[in-house]
Design a protein around this ligand. Structure first.
Ligand code: FAD
Ligand code: NAD
Length: 557
C-alpha cells in the first residue's frame, strides 16, 4: 500500500513528528509535474497576488493551562451512588466531546461520575474545532451561493453584490461555540455529573489527582478511569507559529484577518475546510502538501473530483514545482501573506502521570486495545483504565470519541461492546460536502487480495436526482465498494449536496451488518437526496446465492 494511504481518513491521522516540511519523496512513477520533495503549490481562487510578505517561522509549543481553582460542583439527582470503597464509579479526565459522551451515558447507567477539565468544557470540538469551523462554513456556503451569478440566474433570482463583515462572521463562530459549550456544561450539571476543575493526572491504579498549579492537589479514587484528554495542533519541527501570520486552526477560527493570499500547509480535513472558508471570503489559497497527491486520505476518485471543482475564480488552479524530489534543490520560494499549518493533530497526553502505571505512549498516543483498555509497557492491560478519543489516535473525530466513551461505559456496566470503527462515518464540510465510511477502493482491493474475495464497485451521480436538480446542485457522485458474493458493504464515498447527512444510511447498514440484497428493497421518499443512496444500493449486483442479512449476520440487541 502506498504510504499516502496509511493516513487514511478512516484511520488515525498520525502527526509526523520531526518531519521537515517538504522532506518526503514522491513515488518514482509520479508525473514530473507532481514530482517534488513533497511540496506542491496549488492555487485556487484569484490569480497569484503580486504584493507578498515573507512568513517568519518560530517554534511555539502549546500547553493547556489550568484556568480555575480546583472546585467541585455538587452532585445533583441522576448521578448514582458509588460503591463504598471509591469516591466515584467513574472518573473521566478531559471534558471534550469524548468525555461528555461517556459521562452522560455513565449517569444513564447509574454510575456516580465525575469529569475533570483543565481548561474549558467542550474541548477542541466545541471551542476550537467542529463547532466554530462549521459556523464559518455556513457563512462560506452562503457567500458562494450569493456570489455565483450563474447559479442565481438559473433560479430566476437577481442578487446585488454580496459582501460580509469580518467581525460579524467571527462573532457568529464564537457565539455558537459559547452556546454549545453552555449546553454541554448544563447537560452534565443537570444529570449530576461532578465537574471538577483543574489539570488531572493518574496517581496509580484507580487513583487520580487534579488541581491548579500552586494549590494543594485533590486526590480522588474511582472504580474505573477514562482518559479523554484529546489533542492539540501538530506543527512540524522548524515551523514557528506566531498566531498572526503563521497560524494553526486555533487562531484561524477566530478569523482575526482574511489574508489576501494564504498558504495552507496540509490538505487534510482542516486544510480543505479552511480553503473553503478563505476562498469564499476572497483569499487566494495555495496548498502545500507533503504527499504526492492532494487529499491523500480520501478515495482517489473523490479527491480527483473535489480538486477539479474546488472553486477557482479564474477556473484554473495553478501548480508550481517548488523543490526537486531527487536533488532536494529548492526551486522556488513561496512568499505569502499568511500560512495556516494544518498538518494533523498531536495527542495531548503529557503530564498525565502515565509513568506511575508503567504506560509508555507511542508518538504521544496512549496505546489501547479494541475495547479502549490501556496497554502498559509490557503489553499487559492496565486494569480499570481506558483511553478514548484523539488521545488514543484510533480515529480523530468527535463522534468517534463519544462512541468510544459510550462503548467503555457499556463494558464497565457489564455489556461487552467492541466498536466497529469501519462503520464510523466521516465528513468534510466543504461546498459541496464529502463523506465516507469504511474502506477506500485501494484499501478494499488490498484486503480482497489478502483474504481472497471479489470486490465490485457501484456508482451513481446527483445529475438525475430530482431534488438535487431542483436545487441546481446536480454536480456530485456516490460510489460504493462491496462484495458481490455476499452483499457486504465495504465502503461508501459521497461527494455532493448534503453528502455529510446522506452517508448515515450506509454507515448504519455497515454497523448493523445489513446486506445489499436486503437494503436495496427499502423504500425512500421522493423526491429526496437520499434517492442517490437508494440508487447506489439498487445498482449493486449481488450474486443470487447470497443469503439475506437475517440469515447471515447476527445483529446484537
Ligand atoms: C478545526 C477543527 C475542526 C474539526 N471539525 C470536526 C468535525 O466537523 N467533525 C468531527 O467529528 N471532528 C472534527 N474535529 C475533530 C474533533 O474536534 C476531535 O476529534 C474531538 O474534539 C476529540 O474529542 P476528545 O474528547 O478526544 O478531545 P478534545 O475535544 O480535545 O477534549 C479534550 C479535553 O481534555 C482537556 N484536558 C486535556 N488534558 C487534561 C488534563 N490532564 N486534565 C484535565 N483536562 C485535560 C482539554 O482541555 C479538553 O477540554 C475538528 C478538529 C479541528 C481542530
Ligand atoms: N470535518 C471533520 O470531521 C474534521 C474537520 C477538521 C479536522 N478534523 C480532524 O482533525 C484532525 C486534524 O486535521 P488535519 O487536516 O490537520 O490533519 P489530516 O491528517 O487530515 O491532514 C494533514 C495533511 O497534512 C499533510 N502533511 C503532514 N505533514 C506535512 C508537512 N510537513 N508538509 C506538508 N504537508 C504535510 C499530510 O500529508 C495530510 O495530507 C484530522 O485527523 C481530522 O480527523 C475533522
Amino acid at each position: 500500500m502506498h504510504s499516502a494511504l496509511s493516513l487514511s481518513f478512516s484511520q488515525a491521522s498520525l502527526p509526523l513528528p520531526n518531519r521537515p516540511l517538504c522532506s518526503l519523496n514522491a513515488a518514482p512513477s509520479t508525473p514530473r509535474s507532481l514530482r517534488f520533495c513533497g511540496l506542491r503549490r496549488e492555487a485556487f481562487g484569484f490569480s497569484p497576488s503580486k504584493q507578498l510578505t515573507s512568513c517568519r517561522f518560530q517554534i511555539h509549543s502549546r500547553r493547556i493551562e489550568v484556568s480555575a481553582a480546583a472546585s467541585s460542583s455538587s452532585s445533583a439527582n441522576g448521578n448514582g451512588a458509588t460503591s463504598k470503597s471509591f469516591d466515584y464509579d467513574l472518573v473521566i479526565i478531559g471534558a471534550g466531546v469524548g468525555g461528555h459522551g461517556a459521562a452522560l451515558h455513565a449517569v444513564e447507567k447509574g454510575l456516580k461520575t465525575a469529569i475533570i477539565e483543565g481548561d474549558v468544557v467542550g474541548g477542541t470540538c466545541v471551542n476550537r474545532g467542529c463547532v466554530p469551523s462549521k459556523a464559518l462554513l455556513a457563512v462560506s456556503g452562503r457567500m458562494r451561493e450569493l456570489q455565483n451569478e450563474h447559479h442565481m440566474k438559473a433560479f430566476g433570482l437577481q442578487v446585488s453584490a454580496a459582501g460580509y463583515d469580518r467581525q460579524g462572521v467571527a462573532d457568529h463562530a464564537s457565539n455558537l461555540a459559547t452556546k454549545i459549550r453552555n449546553n454541554l456544561t448544563n447537560s452534565m450539571k443537570a444529570l449530576g455529573v461532578d465537574i471538577l476543575t483543574g489539570f488531572g493526572s493518574v496517581l496509580g491504579p484507580q487513583k487520580v489527582k487534579y488541581g491548579k498549579v500552586g494549590f494543594p492537589d485533590n486526590i480522588i479514587t474511582a472504580k474505573d478511569i477514562i482518559i479523554a484528554t484529546g489533542s492539540v495542533p501538530f506543527v512540524p519541527k522548524g515551523i514557528e507559529v506566531d498566531g498572526k501570520t503563521v497560524i494553526t486552526s486555533d487562531h484561524a477560527l477566530k478569523l482575526e484577518s482574511v489574508p489576501e493570499w494564504i498558504a495552507i500547509v496540509g490538505s487534510g480535513y482542516i486544510g480543505l475546510e479552511f480553503s473553503d472558508v478563505y476562498t469564499a471570503l476572497g483569499s487566494e489559497v495555495t496548498f502545500i502538501e507533503a504527499l504526492d497527491q492532494l487529499m491523500p486520505g480520501f478515495d482517489p476518485k473523490i479527491s480527483k473530483l473535489a480538486q477539479r471543482i474546488t472553486p477557482a475564480k479564474d477556473g484554473r488552479p495553478v501548480m508550481i514545482e517548488l523543490i526537486d524530489a531527487k536533488t532536494k534543490e529548492p526551486k522556488d520560494t513561496l512568499e505569502v501573506d499568511a500560512a495556516l499549518i494544518a498538518t494533523g493533530r498531536a495527542p495531548f497526553t503529557s503530564g498525565l502521570g502515565l509513568e506511575n502505571i508503567n504506560v509508555a505512549t507511542q508518538r504521544g498516543f496512549i496505546p489501547v486495545d479494541e475495547r479502549m483498555r490501556v496497554i502498559d509497557g509490557n503489553g499487559k492491560l492496565v486494569p480499570h483504565l481506558y483511553c478514548i478519543g484523539d488521545a488514543n489516535g484510533k480515529m480523530m473525530l468527535a463522534h468517534a470519541a463519544s462512541a468510544q466513551g459510550i462503548s467503555v461505559v457499556e463494558q464497565v456496566t457489564g455489556r461487552d461492546r467492541v466498536l466497529n470503527h469501519l462503520s464510523i462515518p466521516a465528513a468534510c464540510f466543504t461546498h459541496p460536502e464529502i463523506s465516507m465510511v469504511g474502506l477506500t477502493e485501494p484499501q478494499a482491493r488490498e484486503k480482497a487480495e489478502k483474504e481472497g474475495f471479489k470486490v465490485s464497485i457501484a456508482k451513481t451521480s446527483f445529475k438525475a436526482n430530482t431534488k438535487a436538480l431542483a436545487e441546481n446542485e446536480g454536480e456530485g457522485i456516490a460510489k460504493m465498494i462491496y462484495r458481490p458474493d455476499n452483499g457486504e458493504i465495504l465502503g461508501v464515498h459521497i461527494f455532493g449536496l448534503h453528502a455529510a447527512d446522506l452517508i448515515h444510511e450506509a454507515s448504519n447498514a455497515i454497523a448493523l451488518g445489513t446486506r445489499l440484497q436486503d437494503i436495496k428493497l427499502a423504500v425512500h421518499a421522493h423526491p429526496t437526496l437520499s434517492e442517490v443512496v437508494d440508487e447506489l444500493f439498487k445498482a449493486a449486483k449481488v450474486e443470487s446465492t447470497a443469503s439475506t442479512t437475517a440469515q447471515s449476520v447476527k445483529v446484537a440487541v
